[in-house]
Design a protein around this ligand. Structure first.
Ligand code: SF4
Length: 358
């Protein structure tokens, strides 16, 4: 069984208008007191050597190479571990990327979002398309050969041309992996208070998603999860660990863990995390319903004999009948043992789950 560690870096240069992640804007660096708190929690936990280490945020590229090296050294990943750093183009330079590579990072996940500067401004992203392209090139120069890019779909005024331009940027700059997310307007964000004009409606957003899945496949990026696409062999090992219900430890405010079927979390409180007053507490158990839902996110799907073997659950005749109905509507494939959602099924995954898990 693989084991992974997630380190949350809750600092950003500025806050994007759509963002509800736990992070604060107005930061050009990560305070050493925060690093000390991360190291303290890492040392306190008794865990195996991780197979994957993932620095997410926030903006982990605000770390210095020294801070990154210190955390990696303390986590003691296995030889050959996947070590991912999320990075935003506006924070990068060649020496910084060389430092990250020297510190041990071997996978970069760049926050690209779109290839249109006007859309980047609407989102409140502080980078430009030129900086996105420069980020890929500097990363390759620094020795990174495994580079992913995050992009967003169904932005205000979105068109298939905007997607095509964004995909071209990724292809031309050599992305091995692409995460493509539909823009969601989350409560508590500036976009929620003042929704941007010309947002695609639900049907239009679904069409953009299906268009993206098709175009990504034609460009050689195979879908392996609802929002994730990669060249062969470049799937995110760390994220697969979440979807396959393997053990992981999350360190930082708002970070979640799942160890031997028990879920834990730190509260979304950065000051408390640094001060040691925000406890790492049990939040529940990983249930068969969690496994069911997470496996259906993957193209490999849910294997019913494994559900029975791991959780003792067998689907009822009524549930099987519902699955067969979904198959007739091209929402999934079912060979009697494995349920695999189609891209159309992934769009309505929640409704399918409500029927199957109720
Ligand atoms: S850079 Fe990422 S984490 Fe930071 S505000 Fe923007 S979307 Fe949120």
């Amino acid at each position: 069984m693989a084991f992974g560690i997630y380190i949350h870096i809750p600092y950003c240069l500025s806050k994007c208008r759509y963002c509800d992640f736990h992070s604060s804007g107005g930061n050009g660096q990560v305070p050493d007191t925060y690093i000390q708190a991360v190291l303290h929690h890492l040392k306190e936990q008794n865990f195996p050597q991780p197979d994957t280490l993932y620095f997410g945020g926030g903006t982990p590229s605000l770390l210095t190479p020294q801070q990154l090296a210190c955390i990696i050294d303390t986590a003691q990943p296995v030889c050959g571990a996947e070590i991912t750093l999320e990075a935003n183009p506006e924070t990068l330079s060649l020496p910084l990327l060389q430092g990250f590579r020297m510190a041990g990072a071997n996978r970069l996940s760049l926050g690209i979002q779109t290839a249109l500067d006007d859309s980047l401004k609407t989102l409140g992203r502080p980078h430009t398309t030129a900086q996105s392209r420069a980020a890929f090139r500097m990363a390759q120069q620094a020795g990174f050969s495994n580079i992913s890019g995050d992009i967003m779909l169904a932005l205000p005024n979105y068109t298939t041309e905007e997607f095509d331009q964004t995909l071209s940027l990724m292809v031309e700059e050599g992305a091995c992996h692409i995460s493509a997310y539909l823009l969601k307007i989350e409560p508590g964000t500036p976009f929620f208070q003042n929704p941007p004009a010309n947002l695609p409606d639900e049907d239009a957003a679904a069409d953009f998603y299906l268009y993206a899945v098709e175009k990504l496949a034609l460009a050689g990026y195979q879908q392996y999860e609802i929002s994730n696409f990669s060249k062969a062999g470049y799937e995110s090992r760390h994220n697969l660990l979440y979807w396959n219900c393997e053990d992981y430890l999350g360190i930082g405010p708002g970070a979640h863990s799942c160890i031997k079927g028990i879920r834990y979390a730190f509260p979304r409180d950065t000051h408390g995390f640094i001060a040691g007053t925000a406890p790492f507490s049990v939040t529940g158990e990983c249930t068969w319903q969690d496994y069911f839902m997470l496996q259906l996110r993957l193209n490999t799907g849910l294997h019913l004999p494994l559900l029975q073997q791991n959780y003792g659950i067998t689907l009822s005749p009524a549930q099987i009948q519902f699955i067969q109905q979904c198959q007739k509507h091209d929402l999934l494939h079912f060979d009697g043992q494995t349920i695999q959602l189609t891209p159309q099924g992934m769009l309505v995954q929640n409704s399918i789950l409500v029927q199957l898990l109720s």
